[in-house]
Design a protein around this ligand. Structure first.
Ligand code: FNR
Length: 181
């Protein structure tokens, strides 16, 4: 089974993106093993901190490097991805020559209560992820309008169409990881 490091770009407790990622993790559990990478305790990027690297930074880099792939789950903030994701990605690219993201198979998904499902944020994030050397899945895309009624009390996907749609994504990502790893 492929291990996927999941990076959720929202830090808030009731994040729909976190709930969405957890639902997908349950649905994918026969194909992919999700581990959630904590990014909320990373300091804002500061090159000086490498003199005595923060534990949170080293932990995140180790977890990403140990994984077979990375899944970014981004909210949309003012038509772009969250600063928490940018901060985590910047830490991961350093120190120079020790880019934790390089060559990793990756996918981007995102949810919003709005109609276009974090599409603009995801599109912006694609450029960043690609320039950091990740092998980004192009299709299928997941622009998800989050509606609580699509999930049950255990946060499992309850709606058949949504389940089928997300299963297509999971299968595509699993195949992509097997092909590019
Ligand atoms: C938002 N939201 C938002 N939604 C959207 O579809 N497009 C946008 O550009 C924005 N902009 C935006 C800016 C800021 C600062 C906030 C806090 C929110 C709404 C956003 O999609 C909604 O709050 C989600 O619930 C955020 O995701 P999490 O935190 O629930 O995962």
């Amino acid at each position: 089974m492929q291990n996927v490091a999941v990076i959720v770009g929202s830090l808030r407790r009731d994040s729909i993106n976190r709930k969405f990622a957890e639902s997908i993790g349950k649905l994918a559990s026969d194909r992919l093993n999700f581990s959630f990478v904590q990014i909320g305790d990373l300091p804002l990027y500061n090159d000086d901190l490498w003199q005595s690297p923060p534990d949170a930074v080293l932990r995140m880099k180790n977890e990403v490097e140990a994984a077979d792939a990375v899944l970014f789950v981004t909210p949309e903030y003012n038509r772009t991805y969250s600063p928490a994701i940018k901060n985590a990605i910047d830490w991961g690219t350093r120190p120079w020559g020790k880019n934790s993201w390089a060559g990793k198979p990756a996918a981007i998904i995102g949810a919003s209560p709005g109609a276009i499902g974090a599409a603009v944020a995801q599109n912006e994030l694609k450029g960043l992820v690609t320039v950091c050397g990740m092998a980004l899945l192009g299709q299928p895309e997941v622009y998800f309008t989050y509606k609580p009624e699509l999930f049950d009390g255990a946060n499992e996907v309850a709606d058949d169409n949504t389940k089928a749609f997300l299963n297509t994504f999971i299968d595509g990502f699993a195949a992509w990881i097997a092909k590019t790893k």
